[in-house]
Design a protein around this ligand. Structure first.
Ligand SMILES: NC(=O)c1ccc[n+]([C@@H]2O[C@H](COP(=O)([O-])OP(=O)(O)OC[C@H]3O[C@@H](n4cnc5c(N)ncnc54)[C@H](OP(=O)(O)O)[C@@H]3O)[C@@H](O)[C@H]2O)c1
Length: 272
């Protein structure tokens, strides 16, 4: 096996789903990979298969990214690995399904912190290392919910719209530094997402219109390597995202929201 050494990629939320698939794609492209998530056992499984693709250059850090010293732990681990950092993938995140006033405030704030504060803080802390490389990449995972408001996903959609806007602005700021910023806005992906979001009532639709994480990861990593600012994986999703941006927001919001509102269970949301 011949793998070119592209430096180290840190991938958050890499124990399963899209993050694990992105880690595999990056390993295939020649990156050493640091996989970060909370579940040590799942990370070990991903490490083994990623390591087969990049000559055993896969490392794990079992870490809750919400703990106060998370950034220090990531930095220390990168230092211990001893490979120059060239890529950061801010993928860890989750959704919460339900009416805004029926989900506890603290629960929504926690999600907002993981989806927004964690990528911002991690990127701020690791940018000096990324800038020190001749060529480096940031990949932020947003969502198609960034393109239009959906009732029942108000704070989740808002957090993903933030990720998209922040990514694009950061990309402009970093022009000429050798660091590019790519934001991927996937549609439905069949992962642990619907269960974690408490939206198993939407699972049939997610499975009908969604894909596995692999094609999404491929498209996202391809866009990252090209230094593209934004990518929506999947042709149907690209068309939908385009329509969402050109059609009047009101009718689009009402139609999309209707699908989600119709499935809301009658009783108050269960606390996660
Ligand atoms: N699935 C979809 O339909 C979809 C669509 C658009 C965008 N997205 C976005 O894609 C990203 C990945 O989601 P997914 O679909 O792959 O969901 P997933 O299967 O639930 O994976 C989420 C990952 O994040 C990790 N994670 C969660 N909380 C964490 C924390 N506090 N600290 C560290 N790691 C944490 C999880 O690992 P541990 O539990 O082991 O920590 C897991 O590896 C998310 O940002 C999501 O918003 C998903």
């Amino acid at each position: 096996m011949s793998v070119s050494d592209k430096g180290l990629a840190v991938v958050t939320g890499a124990s399963q789903g899209l993050g694990a698939a992105i880690a595999h794609e990056l390993a295939r492209e020649g990156f050493a990979v640091l996989l970060v998530a909370r579940t040590a056992q799942a990370l070990e499984g991903v490490r083994a298969s990623v390591g087969e693709l990049n000559g055993a250059r896969a490392h794990v850090l079992a870490l809750d990214l919400m703990v106060p010293d998370a950034v220090d732990q990531v930095r220390t681990t990168i230092q211990a690995i001893g490979v120059p950092l060239t890529c950061l993938v801010n993928n860890a995140g989750y959704g919460l399904y339900g009416l805004f006033d029926q989900r506890p405030m603290e629960e929504q704030l926690r999600m907002m912190r993981l989806n927004m504060d964690v990528p911002v803080i991690l990127t701020h802390a690791l940018l000096p290392q990324l800038k020190a490389a001749k060529r480096a990449y940031i990949l932020n995972i947003s969502s198609m919910t960034a393109y239009g408001s959906i009732a029942t996903l108000a704070t989740y959609g808002g957090s993903k719209a933030f990720v998209l806007r922040w990514s694009r602005a950061l990309g402009v700021e970093l022009k000429g530094t050798g660091v590019t910023v790519t934001c991927a806005c996937p549609g439905s992906i069949i992962t642990g997402f619907t269960e974690r979001a408490g939206m198993l009532v939407m699972d049939d639709l997610a499975k009908k219109f969604g894909t596995g994480p692999l094609p999404v990861a491929r498209t996202a990593v391809h866009a990252l390597l090209k230094g593209r600012a934004e990518v929506v994986p999947g042709l149907l999703n690209r068309i939908t995202a385009l329509l969402q941006q050109v059609l009047p927001a009101g009718p689009v919001e009402r139609t999309a929201s209707g699908i989600y509102l119709k499935r809301l269970p009658a009783q108050p949301m269960k606390k996660h």
